[in-house]
Design a protein around this ligand. Structure first.
Ligand code: SGN
Ligand code: CA
Length: 520
């Protein structure tokens, strides 16, 4: 039988179109969803999966058990807005324009990973702490806290204006994420950023956790009474010591509702009580008054007083994390209930790490491990082997590129991180980064941490406080607590030279510019 040529042509075309359609469907069906949970100032020491046993975070730990835990995740600049801008753009502060928390407004016309995902057909949402002054771009839906936001009955801003919400901020942020997921267009993959305010200062616990940790003694870390011998000026001049710089009423809640004349009276002060309902205020007073009475009676001084302040600080901080952990659990329950848990990438991280008494400090900013490192845990059962632990040096600015890679979106050439996808698949590329570059830009201010740059390898860390012209070098293998600055030691001359050389390489690589430093 002879089939006319034109029939053969029509048949072949139909076959071709059907194949293409199937291919497309397969591609979009298999595109992963993304839930990107980030907390604010959550040090890895306060996640039980990291093994420091300060607290118990079963839901975050479950992500590590079912996914991959990163022991060496670092930030470009250990401060809120700069880290967020680096995460969104995949670029260092000098390239994305956000160097500090000051008045800089994030330029929302830049490429960001959510915007690129949106252009590729993802449904995108941003909920919680944004802290970049500008209105979010690249999101189908956004609902953010103004500035730092409040713990209790906070305002939330969306495209229609500002509305006060009723409840506790960490629960509300997850409520809003789940509500958005319930109303999304299910024909598209989704990417939702769930960015918590907690555990940021002023550490206001949910009512149900006000008595958590009451009966436990939390010892101060080994370096709590650090005397800063061998360290340079910036370390000695900081204003981050728990013993000196926590405000008695605002941070330590020594007199609830009665600010002292010298106490902060700005809007932050109102964070303590201003937004609480009368019942919530009563619960706070009932929880703190007996402890405060006992404290006043004890008339502590010196080291005992410093230890008391540490305990008050750490317990309030950890209490806020219990709610974060609960809400990670709620999101996971939701995914499981909807059958979305297999092909959804769930990320848990923080905008930076935090000092939990190490070197006597709270806050972040410095390039020492506790704030330079940040927790990072990723669960994606389709790709990541359960109980994986990774020690490669990854960065906050790798996250966006990895997500684009996972979604088969072309990564723009000017992004400065690198996709971690091969690492997630268990195959670290041979040419993975061997050094991490850091640049902190703020100067003076409430914590008085000097500007600095630095480079870290798997063993050494070189820091340059360029306003003072001071250098520090640490041998992390021999001195993991970074107490012993060996910059001037003759036996470290060759390390010093090679790390200085590497610092120059990194400055050039990231197109950075250091005042007074001639980089060849
Ligand atoms: C506030 C805090 C500081 C904190 C910065 C930056 N003071 O100013 O302790 O370092 O935020 O934090 S407070 O008295 O207002 O709480 S960041 O996470 O936003 O970078
Ligand atoms: Ca922060």
């Amino acid at each position: 039988m002879k089939i006319p040529l034109r029939y053969l042509f029509v048949f072949a075309s139909v076959l071709f179109l059907v194949r293409c359609k199937n291919k497309q469907e397969t591609k979009s069906e298999s595109l992963p969803n993304i839930i990107f949970i980030m907390s604010d100032d959550h040090g890895y020491q306060a996640i039980s999966a990291y093994g420091d046993s300060l607290n118990h975070t079963p839901n975050i730990d479950a992500l590590a058990k079912e996914g991959m835990l990163f022991n060496c995740a670092f930030v470009n600049n250990s401060l809120c807005a700069p880290s967020r801008a680096a995460i969104l753009t995949g670029k260092y502060s000098n390239m994305n324009g956000i160097k500090g928390n000051g008045d800089e407004v994030f330029d929302g016309s830049q490429n960001t990973f959510p915007k690129l995902l949106q252009q590729a057909g993802y449904q995108t949402a941003m909920i919680g702490k944004w802290h970049l002054v500008s209105k979010p771009t690249g999101f189908d839906f956004w609902n953010i806290l103004p500035g730092q936001g409040d713990y209790y009955n906070p305002d939330f801003i969306d495209s229609t204006g500002t509305k006060r919400a009723e409840g506790y901020v960490t629960d509300l942020t997850t409520d809003k994420a789940i509500n958005w997921l319930n109303h999304r267009d299910t024909s598209k993959p989704f990417c939702v950023l769930v960015w918590n305010k907690a555990p940021h200062r002023d550490w206001m616990s949910a009512i149900k956790y006000l008595h958590e940790f009451d009966s436990v003694k939390i010892p101060v870390p080994a370096t709590f009474f650090d005397d800063y011998a061998t360290r340079t000026r910036a370390v000695k001049e900081q204003k981050m010591e728990i013993s000196k710089w926590l405000a008695p009423n605002y941070d330590l809640k020594e007199n609830l509702g009665i600010p002292k004349a010298t106490e902060r009276l700005d809007s932050n002060w109102m964070g303590i009580f201003g937004r609480l309902t009368p019942d919530e205020q009563k619960a706070f007073i009932a929880a703190y008054t007996p402890k405060n009475d006992a404290f006043k009676k004890a008339r502590l001084t010196g080291k005992d007083l410093a230890i008391w302040k540490y305990e008050r600080y750490i317990k309030d901080y950890l209490r806020t994390i219990q709610s974060v952990d609960d809400n990670v659990g709620r999101l996971m329950d939701y995914l499981k209930e909807k059958g979305l848990d297999k092909n959804t990438i769930v990320i848990y991280t923080s905008d930076q790490g935090f000092y939990l008494g190490e070197h006597g400090w709270f806050d972040k900013r410095f390039m020492y491990e506790q704030s330079f490192r940040t927790p990072l845990i990723v669960r994606w059962p389709d790709v990541i082997k359960p109980e994986s632990v990774n020690n490669d040096m990854v960065m906050n600015l790798d996250i966006g590129e990895t997500l684009l890679d996972a979604a088969h979106v072309t990564i723009p050439a000017d992004m400065q991180g690198r996709s971690m996808l091969p690492i997630w698949q268990g195959k670290t590329p041979d040419d993975w980064r061997k050094y991490v570059y850091y640049h902190y830009y703020e100067s003076g201010g409430e914590h008085n941490v000097g500007k600095h740059i630095g480079v870290r390898s798997d063993r050494y860390k070189l820091i340059y406080y360029y306003e003072n012209g001071d250098w520090e070098l640490y041998d992390l293998q021999k001195d993991p607590n970074e107490l012993n600055n060996v910059y001037g030691k003759p036996e470290y001359k060759s390390v010093r030279d090679s790390m200085s050389n590497e610092l120059n390489v990194q400055i050039k690589k990231y197109k950075d510019n250091i005042p007074g430093m001639d980089v060849k």
